[in-house]
Write a protein of this length. Structure first.
Length: 581
């Protein structure tokens, strides 16, 4: 791990520890309850001691009844305390997860959008759940019980030193087994978790692209690739299970043998007259209680391992994606978009895709960005929308750098239509409203009308309330794109960024798009269009030409076209609608 990654992990770990400290008082309560629970665990051995040594010797029914009533009361109290501490730990885990849910959710989105952290960052929420499950699991209770194991062994020493030494030796063996389990199972568990994650990611990707997989006859190929990862996952899981199972079985077998050995040694001491039968039975029970936490830790080691990996992964994620500082709210800006010597490096890469790009767009203007595939148009769109931060230079909205706006606020000010429009499970209205908890129906309809999608939506089975899936379901590519345009227009953004907006549109859709651009310009908003097709830049006033990541030309559309395009007249005719002279 690099020094930067190590420092980031340390920052993230400090943030996790700070969240865990919020429940410090509850941990103390659990510790206090654990003290009384473990003290009450002595009820059984003491009861057996008194029954064998006093009740059977005196043949007193009254003593037996009194002891039994007392034991029932003590066990009842122990059960209440044990139940209470379990409920407390359940709430500690819930508080920890609730405290970090938004933070981790935001970090995962930002990490995946910027690709700044390893691919497993997408499992951040699952990592958080793994830590939460450990906090609420019986395995963590064993950690609270483990410090009391020496007390039980000390009790065995009180009965007889030989029995105490046997218990001490047995405990040492089990601790050695636990350490060996940790050492030998760590790598298999990491391999199993990694292989399982890869298989799940591949399965999710195939399900997401099920339509394409079916249409292209890729089912067998996709299954073969997924099955390879699945088999690797199963093999790694079985290997890890074999290792942990071996130690778990060894622990259980040895503990049972040790308890029998304790009974045998106790019986031998009874025959020698150095021990009473009650102490013999009590010593065996105390030994089982002393070794129970160790056995629980070994059996639940997979949960510890998964939680540790989740903790480490969260540390890296939160360290490299720091919490966003609150920003001073700015007034609604004018639609003045300016790039000043902007250089953009895609996250994780060392070579700039855009270099020293400058332009300025005034309110009511539309600028078309053209260039060959790979020239940097989509990179510029991501930089303008704030997804990727410039490595050099500034992008300003009405004079303020984009990083001066809160990301959610910036998303409302700059509408974005990506090349590939992704919808969500829900209604069309909810998708247009960007999945808002309480969407504004009037704003939804207004955005759809501006995108010329209103009539199309009304023809749906349930209109705006028609439910759609993430893959679009019954919707065509053009319909999805028009709904995506309406979503970009929702909330009246001052700037609209369209990346290949007419790639899936027919002629009517292209005409509707141009009409929407004219409407936006008339309202004083600015538009940026990344385009390949000449029809997409028909309503553009300015043209920015990018070549090999650098600005080749920028200025009024006609002047730029005359400068760089030989067949300008042909393109002009292609832009002119039929019947217009």
């Amino acid at each position: 791990m690099s020094i930067a990654r190590t420092e980031a992990a340390a920052r993230g770990r400090a943030e996790l520890i700070e969240a865990r400290k919020e429940s410090r008082a509850l941990y103390w309560f659990v510790g206090i309850f654990s003290f009384f629970v473990n003290m009450l665990m002595l009820t059984g051995p003491l009861y057996m001691l008194n029954v064998y040594d006093r009740v059977l010797g005196s043949r007193s029914f009254e003593t037996l009844v009194a002891l039994s009533v007392l034991v029932a009361f003590l066990y009842g109290m122990m059960g209440i305390l044990d139940y209470t501490r379990s409920r407390i730990m359940g709430r500690v885990g819930a508080r920890f997860q609730s405290r970090l849910d938004r933070r981790v959710f935001s970090a995962v989105l930002r990490a995946q959008a910027s690709a700044r952290v390893p691919k497993q960052a997408g499992t951040g929420l699952r990592d958080l759940e793994s830590v939460q499950r450990l906090i609420t699991s019986p395995a963590l209770m064993a950690v609270f019980d483990l410090p009391w194991a020496p007390v039980f062994i000390l009790g065995i020493f009180i009965f007889h030193p030989w029995m105490g030494y046997l218990a001490l030796a047995g405990g040492a063996v089990l601790i050695a087994v636990a350490l060996a389990n940790q050492f030998f199972s760590r790598r298999p568990m990491e391999d199993a978790n990694g292989a399982t994650l890869q298989a799940e990611l591949m399965g999710n990707q195939i399900r997401t692209e099920a339509e394409m997989v079916h249409a292209l006859g890729m089912r067998n190929a996709a299954f073969t690739r997924w099955k390879t990862l699945r088999d690797r996952s199963l093999e790694a899981t079985i290997s890890a299970s074999d290792v942990t199972g071996t130690f778990s079985t060894t622990t259980k077998t040895f503990r049972l043998f040790l308890q029998s050995a304790m009974l045998g040694l106790g019986a031998y001491l009874v025959l020698l007259g150095e021990l009473t039968p009650g102490a013999m039975i009590a010593g065996s029970i105390l030994l089982g209680r002393a070794l129970a936490p160790v056995e629980m830790l070994i059996n639940q080691w997979a949960a510890f391992q998964r939680a540790r990996e989740g903790w480490d992964s969260l540390s890296v994620l939160l360290g490299e994606i720091p919490e966003e500082m609150p920003r001073t709210p700015l007034p609604t800006p004018r639609a003045i978009l300016e790039a000043q010597q902007v250089t953009v490096l895609p996250p994780g890469e060392s070579q700039a895709v855009l270099r020293m790009i400058s332009f300025r767009v005034e309110p009511g203007q539309a600028v078309g960005v053209i260039g060959t595939s790979g020239a940097g148009k989509t990179t510029l769109a991501r930089a303008v929308t704030g997804l990727w931060h410039p490595a050099g230079g500034k992008i300003r909205l009405d004079g303020a750098a984009l990083d001066q706006y809160d990301p959610d606020v910036l998303g409302q000010l700059i509408g974005y239509l990506p090349q590939r429009v992704q919808l969500f499970d829900g209604t069309i209205a909810e998708n247009i409203a960007r999945m808002a908890a309480e969407p504004d129906p009037a704003a939804v309809v207004k955005a759809a009308k501006t995108a010329a999608a209103h009539d199309m939506i009304l023809r749906m089975p349930d209109g705006y309330d028609t439910r759609i899936t993430a893959s679009g379901g019954r919707l065509s590519g053009g319909q999805i794109q028009r709904i995506g345009l309406a979503r970009a227009l929702y909330g009246d953004p001052v700037v609209l960024v369209l990346d290949e907006p007419n790639s899936n549109l027919d002629n009517d859709g292209s005409l509707a798009l141009n009409e929407a651009i004219r409407a936006l310009k008339s309202e004083g908003r600015s538009v940026m269009i990344m385009a390949h097709r000449p029809a997409a830049i028909q309503e553009c006033d300015l043209l920015l030409v990018i070549e090999n990541g650098a600005r080749r030309a920028f200025g009024p559309k006609d002047e730029v076209l005359r400068e760089i395009v030989q067949n300008h007249d042909v393109i002009q005719k292609a832009q002119t609608p039929a019947g217009v002279t």
